[in-house]
Design a protein around this ligand. Structure first.
Ligand code: ZN
Length: 299
């Protein structure tokens, strides 16, 4: 009996070895594909404006507003795989420049399966551009939805409830008061929730509080994370509203050295008085929050 392997035996063992490695490789891939997915919410640092990117645990992609310029495109390129030029949902809270402009470039570069907005009428060339672009998306099969209190977005285990506007505002003309028409939404994933308040003032905040207090109301405000309304304007974030939401964290989407003086000392003081931890895009950059439905992890 020889201790030396024949060439045939060596080749056989080599092939088995390669198959073994391939097998491990395959299993690694399967493991990665089947690995735990989290809800990811990115409040993007896009200057003075709002742009919020959401990746659901079942890998759907939602963008709330697009910020004031092209910056959002660079962010999306990093957040989505290079081959993915589609978004599942785009929400335009209200057609003001600092929320709308970036979305115009997004609609030119991405196919959007669902577009949710209020359908309000207003003046301005950029607003007209928005109408043209959503019409083009519609022709390519996009679903255009007008948001009101009855609108819900469901994807796997996550739910987004619309809390404002209360009624359908389609075709109604607003010019200076567009902020009050803004889509306020609450994202729920098991035990964790997020409240996105667009630019609504305390007047609309109060309306939502009143709604939640009506007998048999299904409106719930309480949320772990609050995207502070209107970049920290003093006309938003009333004490009553902060009490009703009682978040652990408040995120302020705001541009460095902006001419509005946002966020205002009044709002920062109120948040501190309630012991709410503050995160700011002008100081912290992109604020990324991960959740498994039970816990939150903030980057
Ligand atoms: Zn704004």
């Amino acid at each position: 009996m020889s201790n030396f392997l024949t060439l045939k035996q060596k080749v056989f063992l080599g092939v088995i070895g390669i198959l073994f490695l391939l097998n491990i490789f395959v299993w690694k891939e399967v493991f990665i594909l089947a690995g735990p997915h989290y809800l990811k919410v990115d409040i993007l640092d896009i200057g003075q404006g709002d742009a919020i990117f959401i990746e659901t645990p079942d890998m759907r992609h939602i963008l709330i507003d697009g910020g004031p310029d092209l910056a959002v495109l660079g962010k999306l390129a990093k957040l989505l795989p290079f081959f993915d030029k589609s978004l599942d949902v785009v929400i335009l809270t209200h057609p003001d420049q600092d929320h709308l402009m970036g979305l115009l470039s997004v609609l030119q570069k991405y196919h959007v399966k669902n577009i949710l907005w209020t359908g309000i009428a207003r003046d301005g060339g950029n607003y007209q551009k928005w109408l043209e672009l959503i019409e083009k998306q519609k022709q390519k099969g996009s679903n255009i939805v007008i948001a009101d209190l009855h609108t819900k977005i469901k994807s796997g285990e996550i739910l987004i409830d619309i809390l404002n506007p209360i009624e359908n505002l389609e075709g109604r003309y607003f010019n200076k008061t567009t902020n009050e028409t803004g889509i306020v939404s609450r994202l729920i994933y098991s035990k964790k929730s997020f409240l996105f308040t667009a630019d609504v003032s305390s007047k609309t905040e109060q309306q939502i509080i009143d709604l939640s207090r009506q007998a048999g109301s299904k409106v719930n405000l309480s949320s772990d994370i609050l995207k502070v309304s209107h970049h920290g304007s003093k006309y938003s974030s009333s004490e009553e509203f902060l009490q009703a939401v009682h978040p652990s964290f408040a995120v302020i989407s705001v541009g460095k050295d902006n001419s509005y003086g946002h966020p205002t000392p009044e709002v920062l003081q109120k948040l501190q008085n309630f012991g709410i931890k503050i995160l700011r895009t002008d100081q912290n950059g992109d604020v990324e929050i991960l959740s498994d439905g039970e816990n939150l992890k903030i980057k």
